[in-house]
Design a protein around this ligand. Structure first.
Ligand SMILES: Nc1ncnc2c1ncn2[C@@H]1O[C@H](COP(=O)(O)OP(=O)(O)OP(=O)(O)O)[C@@H](O)[C@H]1O
Length: 818
């Protein structure tokens, strides 16, 4: 596994890196609108529910893809019926769900599309079971681990010339903060969301790790899960208190083989987002306090923001989609209404005491069915990391080739001629000595038989000659010694040269080794079509493909049989009608008309039923809205209490002057969505009323604070800040008035959530006061931050952005008196 820090991370098709640049889609397939697929899974009764004697209120028809929920408290009410793309009951297996729902998405990702699998539902409804599952036995593994195997089986089954680069990242959104789950042992940082010029959202500095096998990526999941925020709730001992997103990016390079293409290499980048949302829970049902309360408020807030995004997307009329209302919706921007293939799994429980939550989940999911995305293949993105790797590998290979034959060989070539030279000279000398010896022996044997005089003569002659030879030899020896010294010197010099050369070569060898290891490291990062480790996977993949094909065939057969049956029924009905029309006797006509009348009556009855169902639906929606409103009101009250405490502390412990100074220096950072202190105290050159020589910047308007002009004969009006603080009773009155007003607007058929530019300033003040009440317990000034984040009961998520920024620029009323 290789770590790759600093790379950005964006969800959806617009792949982003640290610069957040988006991919080009040249050569990508034509963009066609595609509906978000929605399936529902109902888990079995939990042991606790069985012990408590809960009844089952859910009926799942897997063949008809419908689901019915019956309100056991009101048996006279007709059950609520919903139809989805597929439905799964308690007996559905993890494998079946994966094959039907996630496999097609993973397959698309391998072809260069972006895909998202998203689990939604009430707490303890089985989201984590569906996404992660259990490690043991293997049949209980969820979508995420099965996707790992699927991806690597796909790689295994592809051409050996194809290269793949697989990277993974894992994050969670907890209390509206993004945390890196793969950041290692160091404390998890609050990561920032960034947006590039094309509007692509990405997470800055999110850890992205290159993996080569199923074991590598499974290890990341295990490590990341350990860092996830979990806690016990009334319904679930191991409840996920955050939204988590596991992202796998697959970059694949392959040669284009289709007709009309040039057979060149292409890179496709697919991104798979596996999202396990935190479970929704009613505040008043849980009785959560402290941290749990804060967590729950944030969870409900972001889920309600997600709901608003879904509503805006399916509304058709709405031009603004409030993606910016929460971090979750910003990260899922491309998965909902963007260019990603998305499937949503709505999880519900069967027990009657969860009737309201189950119906609410199904409604939420029902709305999501109408979202349209436009997926396309990401082909040849400019910033594909695989391309960078391939280019680097080619460069390293060329560099290695350029450096010629091997270093060892070259050292050998250099040493050999030198040693050869010295050896030759030694041999020559030996040969010379041997020759002289031989000559001497020859002369001695030749003259052994001669007279003494002759012998003496010869001896003298020989001695002379010997003398001469000796001298010659001596001279030769001296010459040879000189030569030897010269050679030795030469050898010494050559040895030194050799050493220098050897050192240079050793350095070169080291460089080559570094290059080679770099090359190896880069090559290791890539996964190729044939990887022996994964042979078993290939087998499995083939088997799976066969099973899938078989299932598909069975489904097709079933569908064609159904079609045939329907066709025959239609034919029979038509024939019957024709026959009926042919009958011309009065009696037959009457009979026919009666039948027609009956049919019409049945239709009328059906429409009547539908109408009453719609009415009930409307009532349910209103009840649900009221429940949500009560919940939100509860949360507002609690937040208000915290705000009052904070105000109380400020009033009692912070001098008014100091507070004013600070207030003039705070400003809202739009990008990081936080309040900051600035040192913007600028000198004022000319102040008309002879006021101070320095002027402060208003934290809200970012304008210098000047007092307004006075009318002639009147005293100058006070600064804009000095408004009276709201008392508790006034705050409550604002809330109640506003809620009553909204009820009235709703009953008159108007949309109370729509921001009306023509509203009077008092309306704006009411809205402002409501926001004021929504401050949370962030330290010190971050209370202002939460003014933007916390939902009001009636305004939750439906508040248009312009309204938010417009009204928010008012200072807090209570600051004026200090
Ligand atoms: N299809 C299923 N078959 C068997 N057990 C299931 C199934 N779905 C869920 N469970 C069990 O139900 C319990 C709750 O499931 P899980 O933790 O997945 O819920 P959750 O929706 O993720 O909850 P939360 O939102 O609180 O995290 C677990 O004990 C889990 O094993």
């Amino acid at each position: 596994m290789k770590e790759n820090r600093g790379r950005g991370h964006g969800l959806g098709l617009m792949r982003s890196n640290s610069t957040g640049s988006s991919v080009s889609s040249s050569g990508g397939s034509a963009r066609r609108a595609e509906r978000v697929q929605v399936v529902v899974r109902c888990r079995p009764m939990l042991e606790k529910e069985i012990t408590e004697g809960r009844s089952n209120c859910v009926v799942v028809d897997t063949a008809g893809s419908t689901i019915q929920v019956k309100n056991l408290k009101q048996p006279e009410q007709a059950p609520k019926l919903f139809t989805f793309d597929r439905t799964y009951d308690a007996s559905s297996s993890q494998r079946q769900l994966y094959d039907d729902v996630a496999h097609p998405i993973v397959h698309s990702v391998m072809c260069g599309y972006n895909g998202t699998v998203l689990a939604y539902g009430q707490t303890a409804s089985g989201k984590t079971f569906t996404m992660d599952g259990l490690d043991d036995p293997p049949e209980l593994r969820g979508i995420i681990p099965q996707a790992f195997e699927d991806i690597f089986s796909h790689i295994q089954g592809s051409q050996s010339s194809d290269n793949f680069l697989v990277r993974a990242s894992y994050l969670e959104i907890h209390n509206e903060e993004i945390r890196d789950l793969l950041a290692g042992p160091q404390p998890m940082t609050r990561l920032e969301l960034k947006e590039n010029v094309e509007g692509t959202v990405y997470v800055k500095n999110l850890t992205s790790i290159t993996v080569q096998s199923v074991a590598d990526i499974s290890h990341l999941l295990t490590v990341g899960k350990k860092s996830r925020s979990v806690g016990a709730t009334l319904m679930n001992q191991d409840s996920s208190r955050s939204h988590s997103i596991f992202t796998i990016t697959v970059e694949a390079s392959a040669r284009s083989t289709s007709a009309g293409t040039d057979g060149s290499m292409h890179i496709r980048v697919g991104k798979l987002n596996l999202v396990d949302l935190a479970g929704s829970e009613r505040l008043n049902k849980t009785g959560a306090t402290g941290d749990r309360f804060r967590e729950l408020t944030n969870i409900n807030w972001s889920l309600s923001a997600l709901g608003n995004v879904i509503s805006a997307l399916v509304d058709g009329k709405s031009s603004h989609v409030p993606y910016r209302d929460s971090k979750l919706t910003r990260l899922l921007q491309d998965s909902l209404g963007g260019n990603t293939r998305t499937v949503m799994i709505a999880n519900i429980g069967p027990a009657d005491y969860n009737y309201d939550e189950s119906v609410s989940t199904l409604r939420y999911a029902n709305r999501a069915k109408s979202i349209k995305n436009k997926p396309r293949i990401n082909e040849d993105p400019k910033d594909a990391i695989l391309r960078e790797f391939q280019e680097e590998i080619a460069r390293l290979r060329a560099q290695l080739q350029e450096s010629g034959p091997g270093v060892d060989e070259r050292i050998q070539n250099k040493v050999e001629p030198m040693t050869q030279n010295a050896a030759d000279r030694e041999l020559e000398l030996q040969q010379l000595r041997a020759k002289m010896q031989e000559d001497m022996e020859h002369q001695v044997s030749l003259h052994k038989s001669m007279s003494e005089q002759a012998m003496a003569c010869i001896k003298a002659d020989f001695e002379r000659k010997a003398q001469y030879d000796m001298e010659a030899l001596k001279a030769e020896k001296e010459r040879s010694d000189e030569e030897k010294q010269r050679i030795a010197k030469q050898l010494q010099q050559q040895l030194m040269e050799l050493q220098t050369h050897y050192q240079a070569l050793a350095r070169e060898k080291e460089d080559r080794d570094v290059l080679a290891s770099k090359l190896r490291a880069l090559e290791e990062k890539l996964v190729h079509g044939t990887n022996n480790d994964n042979e078993k996977l290939l087998e499995k993949a083939k088997q799976k493909e066969l099973e899938l094909a078989l299932r598909e065939q069975q489904l097709q057969e079933k569908e064609s049989m159904d079609e045939e049956r329907e066709r025959k029924i239609a034919e029979l009905e038509e024939a019957q009608l024709m026959a009926e029309e042919k009958c011309n006797t009065m009696e037959e006509e009457v009979e026919m008309k009666t039948r027609k009348l009956r049919k019409l009556m049945a239709r009328y009855q059906q429409s009547k039923n539908e109408l009453s169902a719609l009415r009930t639906e409307l009532q349910d929606t209103i009840h649900e809205f009221q429940r949500e409103r009560a919940d939100m009101f509860l949360s507002l009250r609690s937040l208000d209490q915290q705000l009052q405490l904070k105000n109380f502390l400020i009033d009692k412990f912070i001098p008014a002057d100091e507070l004013n100074k600070v207030m003039r220096r705070v400003h809202w950072d739009e990008e990081n969505e936080s309040w900051n202190l600035v040192q913007n105290v600028v000198p004022l050159r000319s102040v008309p009323y002879g006021g101070p020589t320095r002027v402060s910047i208003d934290g809200f308007t970012k304008q210098p604070l000047l007092r307004p002009n006075s009318a002639i004969g009147r005293s100058r009006p006070p600064l804009r800040q000095p408004e009276q603080p709201l008392s508790q009773s006034e705050r409550d009155r604002y809330l109640v008035d506003n809620i009553l007003k909204m009820d009235l607007e709703m009953s008159e058929g108007r949309n109370p959530f729509e921001f009306d530019k023509t509203r009077s300033s008092s309306d704006a003040d009411v809205e402002h006061a409501l926001r004021e009440l929504r401050a949370d317990d962030d330290p010190y000034f971050s209370g202002y931050d939460s003014v933007q984040k916390q939902p009001a009961p009636a305004l939750a998520g439906a508040r248009p952005k312009s309204a938010r920024t417009k009204h928010h620029r008012h200072p807090r009323p209570h600051t004026a008196t200090r």
